[in-house]
Structures are given as structure tokens and as C-alpha cells.
Design a protein around this ligand. Structure first.
Ligand SMILES: Cc1cc2nc3c(=O)[nH]c(=O)nc-3n(C[C@H](O)[C@H](O)[C@H](O)COP(=O)(O)OP(=O)(O)OC[C@H]3O[C@@H](n4cnc5c(N)ncnc54)[C@H](O)[C@@H]3O)c2cc1C
Length: 386
């Protein structure tokens, strides 16, 4: 990072992770004459991020692979769903950082500062950003520092997605390179847990186990390693392989609303701004859309607060769906599995993206067995049901 010289900026972004860099990119595009400071304290660990999209995302060069079919599995039952417009895609954080850093450093209006941000102090039309290398002043500040203590205080039912990813190399062809396993639900455990498999070639794949648990439940790395070892041997039938890359991670999941308007000139972004969808734990495309919307709103109105375009039933249902998922994880697995059929690949992903109309959802829900849907809806509508 290059040191900044000024202390006053139009926009200051705290945290140069995924949301900080995405927002810097879109602000620079929409407001090319505005001055912008990106402050980050240290490099982040590398990890794999996957997402689905039915159109090209604005920057592409760091993506490592796309899949045209997704598979889901529940016990012995496996379904393969070809995708028409959607693609499942993935990348590594380190590739994303390298690409975005190169793009952003080529822009004249962005400065970078390596520093620990200690406090934000808003007064009048200015926010003072106190850091380990001095104080900077911004008209608007976007904050992506994760604050677990605040999340836990705000949500007594805070959940956690935790898990381990291995990239493995086999010596014989075993994977179908065009088919990614999105969910292979582990049905014999008490949690909402699953494995996903992203094959890069016939002999190379990312295998990731994921557990959704109450925040206090710790599924440590050794437990995850044992789950992956068993899965690779028993489910995939692979005896000889090498682990080329590994990453253990945790994402907090909350269904409580995020206080985005808590102050007038400091806006939380990224995970801190509520971009993790509580019922799926996916965040990347939400972060992209949010960054683009903030930049467009600032360019059009001078304010970053834009109108949430999601239909009311999505805004309402995600919050309560996550609660049902946390109380009845096994019902949640059945519900998720039964949404995916060979003819509903795109429709299911569009539903998870909260973009289907009510009519499209109606046709999707017809595929879910009545007892599963009824039990889920009863718990959704009457949260105090035992
Ligand atoms: C292991 C893992 C796997 C994930 N996989 C997926 C996935 O497959 N699909 C998906 O959609 N989402 C995924 N996510 C969720 C989400 O996409 C990522 O967490 C994403 O990085 C969130 O972006 P962010 O900007 O909110 O946080 P980060 O990218 O973590 O950025 C926050 C930044 O703030 C900086 N910072 C923190 N404190 C300070 C401070 N005091 N001063 C200065 N800087 C500070 C940090 O250094 C960091 O760079 C995953 C998350 C994890 C952890």
C-alpha cells in the first residue's frame, strides 16, 4: 500500500477486504473526480468464494471456474440440475485481491493507507477516522470492520457457518468437471450441515464441509478434517489423494435487521452491513450489488442510502426462514433438497437470489413434498410452535 498525503477525503473506506475494494471500484467508476481513501490494517487470509449469477459480473479476470450443472444430494438420493442462464462460479480471495489492487492503484483519485482504524467520530458534515497512523477526515465513511461483540449483543440467536475447504489432487480421473455439488447434506448429524464439491478437472477439486450452528458451538479444524477424510473416502470413494490447499473459516449469520442508518455519515458495508444472507450464508453477489447501488445513489442524489428493491415478502421471509433453519436444521435440509430438480435449477437459484415473482415461486414450491412445505410454513408463520 502507498501512504496517503492528504487528511481530507470525500469518501473513506475502512477495511480493504471484499466489500471495501468492490465499493472503491464502483465509486471510482461513478464518481471519477471524488477523492477516496481506502484504509486496511493487514492482508487477509486466502479462501475460496463461490457464487451464482445469471449475467456477467462487472469484473471477471480473477474467476477460476464456472459450472453449468449443479448436483444436490440427500442420503442416497442425488439430483443433477442443468443450468440455463445461471452459472455457479468460484475464485480465491488472493486472486481477487491481486486483481482489484492492480485496478485500484491505476486510478489517480484513490489513496491507500495501511493502518489500524481505532475509532470513528462523527460531527456535523465530517467524520474523523482515528487510526494508528493519524487522523483522516471524510464526508462519508464506509465501515467494513467486523464487530462480533455488537452482533452478539444485537442477536441472542446469532448463528455461525463454520467449515473447512480442501483442494485435493487425485491420481485417477474421478470428478465430472462440469457438475458442481452444491449441497450434499449430511443427514445423520444434528446440525444443518453439508459438503460441497467444486471440481476443477477430472482429478482436482475443492471439497468443503460446512456446519451451521449456534454461535457458541465450536466445530474445530480437527473435527472438520475428520469429516472431510470420511467424506472423501466413503462418499467419493477416493483412497489416494493429496491436499494441495486448505482453509478453515467462520461466518457469523444473523437474522436481526442491520442498523444501516444508525448515524448519518457512517455507513456499514459488507458483512458488517448485513450482506450475508442469513438462510444461505452467501454474501458476494449481495456485496457487489450493494457497492454498485451505493455508488450510483451517491452519484445521483449525493446520499449513499438507496431504496431496497427486494419484494416485501423476501425481506420478511429471509429473517424468519433463518430462524426456522436454526431451530429445525433437519427440516431445512429436506426443504432445500426438495427445491432442486432437473427442471428447476435456474428457478431455485433465482429464488435464493430473491428475484423470482410470486408466480415463479408458486411453480417452484409445487416440487416440494406437501408435508415438508406445510411443516416449514407452520413454523414460519407461528414461530413459537414447539
Ligand atoms: C472462509 C470464508 C469463506 C466464505 N465463502 C463465501 C462464499 O463461498 N460465497 C459467498 O458469497 N460468501 C462467502 N463468504 C462470506 C463473504 O463473502 C466474505 O466474508 C467477504 O470477505 C466479506 O467481505 P467484507 O468486506 O465484509 O469482509 P472482509 O473481506 O473480511 O474485509 C474486512 C476488512 O476489514 C479490515 N479490518 C478489520 N478491522 C480493521 C481495523 N481495525 N482497521 C483497518 N482495517 C480493518 C480487514 O483487514 C479486512 O480486510 C466467506 C467468508 C469466509 C470467512
Amino acid at each position: 500500500m502507498t501512504a496517503s498525503v492528504n487528511t481530507f477525503y470525500d469518501y473513506i473506506i475502512v477495511g480493504g477486504g471484499v466489500s471495501g475494494q468492490c465499493l472503491a471500484y464502483f465509486l471510482a467508476k461513478e464518481l471519477p473526480t471524488a477523492s477516496l481513501l481506502l484504509i486496511d490494517r493487514d492482508p487477509d487470509p486466502d479462501y475460496n468464494i463461490s457464487f451464482w449469477a445469471d449475467s456477467e459480473i462487472p469484473f471477471q479476470a480473477f474467476l477460476s471456474k464456472q459450472w453449468t450443472k449443479i448436483a444436490v444430494r440427500y442420503g442416497a438420493d442425488r439430483r443433477v440440475c442443468p443450468l440455463n442462464n445461471y452459472r455457479l462460479q468460484a475464485f480465491w480471495r488472493a486472486d481477487f485481491d491481486t486483481y482489484l489492487h492492480k485496478e485500484l492503484t491505476s486510478l489517480p483519485n484513490i489513496s491507500f493507507q495501511e493502518a489500524n482504524v481505532k475509532a470513528l467520530d462523527e460531527h456535523g458534515d465530517t467524520v474523523d477516522v482515528q487510526t494508528s497512523s493519524g487522523t483522516y477526515h471524510g464526508s462519508w465513511v464506509f465501515d467494513s470492520r467486523l464487530n462480533i461483540a455488537a452482533l452478539r449483543q444485537n442477536d441472542s440467536n446469532l448463528m455461525l457457518m463454520q467449515g473447512l475447504a480442501w483442494e485435493i489432487q487425485t491420481n485417477t480421473p474421478i470428478f465430472e468437471p462440469d457438475t458442481a455439488t452444491l449441497f450434499d447434506f449430511l443427514v445423520e448429524t444434528p446440525e444443518f450441515d453439508f459438503v460441497y464439491v467444486l471440481p476443477y478437472s477430472e482429478t482436482y477439486a475443492l471439497v468443503n464441509c460446512a456446519f451451521v450452528t449456534p454461535y457458541e458451538t465450536n466445530i474445530d479444524k480437527a473435527t472438520c478434517e475428520a469429516v472431510l477424510r470420511d467424506y472423501i473416502a466413503d462418499r467419493l470413494g477416493i483412497q489416494h489423494y493429496t491436499v494441495e490447499k486448505a482453509c478453515y473459516g467462520r461466518i457469523p449469520l444473523t437474522s436481526r435487521p442491520f442498523p444501516r442508518h444508525s448515524t448519518s455519515r457512517i455507513m456499514p458495508i459488507g458483512v458488517r452491513g448485513g450482506m450475508v444472507k442469513a438462510s444461505t450464508s452467501y454474501a458476494f453477489t449481495r456485496i457487489l450489488n450493494d457497492s454498485q447501488s451505493i455508488a450510483r445513489s451517491l452519484a445521483a442524489t449525493g446520499s449513499p442510502y438507496y431504496r431496497d428493491q427486494r419484494a416485501w415478502y423476501y425481506r420478511w421471509s429471509d429473517k424468519y426462514t433463518a430462524k426456522v433453519f436454526s431451530r429445525l436444521p433437519k427440516l431445512a435440509q429436506k426443504l432445500m433438497f426438495s427445491m432442486f430438480h432437473p427442471e428447476t435449477g435456474d428457478l431455485s437459484l433465482r429464488f435464493l437470489d430473491e428475484r423470482n415473482s410470486l408466480r415463479e415461486n408458486q411453480s417452484l414450491f409445487q416440487h416440494i413434498p406437501r408435508p415438508v412445505l406445510t411443516e416449514f410454513l407452520l413454523h414460519l408463520i407461528f414461530p413459537s410452535l414447539p
